[in-house]
Design a protein around this ligand. Structure first.
Ligand code: TYM
Length: 368
């Protein structure tokens, strides 16, 4: 083919071919590992103190995943905006926010690996929350079982945010393009809604959000009340014997387990329908030890409930003791503030980029 418009050089220098090397070195192709970076997001509401249910269903999972997932960036936060969906005392809330932060570290989260931050310090959460409210329908919100359960206890009136808070939760997750969201069973419905909102937005405005997957513990996704084992263990329950707090006195923890409701059958067997109390205690035991529920049924085949409960009490105390020790070391340390400041900074960087993209897709402001 003729080249057009390019002048050939008038004189061409003769280039000497280099002599072939005597020994040819093997060509080593560089191994290029694909960097698959994923994101994990989760949070805990700082209303009251954290329970053993929070630990088994969430915190313990975060720590396990932190050690297992190498290619994943973690964003774990204190969901303080979610706390004000119901009335809170200002001083108590302040205390609880710091307490949850310290418990994250005390339970084993490594701030070198995990971005820990306070939700309200990253303003983009509330901004995207509003956009998620503008993506969701009221009917979807009204169907949320947590809303239906919680609204009946609101003596001063039901705050609008109690209804719309799953939109904020969706924003918490979608801001960071989370692939994985470790949560207990009670948050499943909120995650499903998050997935629907992400898909709805993507369909309407083009690919914007990653559709996240939930990650649920194999055992312990729903730890039950010690006094009413058909209900979830909850920090807001009236009877303090129904829950174990991570910061409860160790003697009190032993007593709470000893007085946990069981049945008159006397057999240590996992039967959710007929023996919910024992099934719950077996679940707690298996979650905190190397034993499976099957192993435990065998181990306690010939034992009475008192022996089983005594052993379980020691397992729980052994799990909680080191957490409390670390907690009291860190709670008043300014290092905790440094960790939260650094975490919020990193979170803000990613969240602001995402929010800008969303505004642009929606045609908000003057962003081109
Ligand atoms: P919250 O604060 O009620 O609970 C925090 C985490 O603990 C789990 N959990 C339990 N797991 C097993 N057994 C129990 N009895 C038990 N009680 C609580 C919860 O499932 C949860 O994983 N809306 C959330 C906080 C949140 C969030 C988010 C979570 C806000 N934004 C984004 C994940 C991603 C809540 O109120 O969780």
């Amino acid at each position: 083919m003729k080249s057009v418009g390019i002048d050939k050089p008038k004189t061409l220098k003769k280039v000497e071919k280099p002599a072939a090397p005597l020994i040819t070195e093997p060509v080593v192709e560089p191994v290029v590992k694909p960097v698959v970076k994923k994101t994990l997001v989760s949070g805990i509401k700082p209303t009251g103190q954290l329970t053993l249910g929070n630990y088994i269903g969430a915190l313990k999972q975060f720590v396990m995943l932190q050690d297992e997932l190498e290619d994943t960036e973690f964003f774990i936060f204190i969901a303080d905006l979610h706390a004000i969906t119901t009335p809170q005392d200002r001083q108590e809330l302040k205390k609880n926010i710091r307490s949850v932060a310290a418990l994250y570290i005390a339970c084993g989260l490594n701030p070198e690996k995990v971005n820990l931050f306070i939700q309200s310090e990253v303003a983009e959460h509330a901004a995207l929350g509003y956009i998620m409210e503008s993506t969701a329908y009221i009917g979807e919100m009204e169907r949320m079982t947590q809303y239906k359960d919680k609204k009946v206890n609101q003596v001063e009136g039901v705050r609008t945010s109690l209804l719309t808070y799953p939109a904020l939760m969706a924003a918490d997750i979608l801001l960071y393009d989370a692939n994985v969201v470790p949560i207990g069973d009670d948050q499943k419905q909120h995650l499903e809604l998050t997935r629907n909102l992400a898909m709805r937005f993507n369909n309407a405005y083009g690919e914007t959000f990653v559709v996240p997957e939930g990650f649920f513990p194999k055992t312990g996704a729903r730890i039950k009340s010690l006094t009413e084992p058909l209900k979830k263990m909850e920090k807001s329950a009236e009877n303090p014997k129904s829950y174990i707090l991570l910061l409860d006195d160790l003697g009190l923890i032993r007593n709470k387990i000893k007085s946990a409701v069981t049945d008159s059958d006397g057999v240590v067997k996992f039967d959710l329908k007929n023996k919910p109390g024992i099934a719950n205690l077996l679940t707690i035991y298996a979650s905190l030890s190397e034993y499976s529920i099957k192993d435990l049924e065998k181990k306690y085949e010939k034992s009475n409930y008192a022996t089983f409960k005594e052993d379980l009490a020691e397992v729980v105390v052994d799990a909680i003791r080191p957490i409390q020790k670390k907690y009291f070391e860190i709670i008043n340390d300014s290092k905790l503030d440094d960790i939260l400041t650094a975490g919020a900074e990193r979170a803000r960087l990613l969240a602001s980029r995402k929010l800008l993209k969303v505004y642009k897709k929606l045609g908000l402001g003057r962003i081109r």
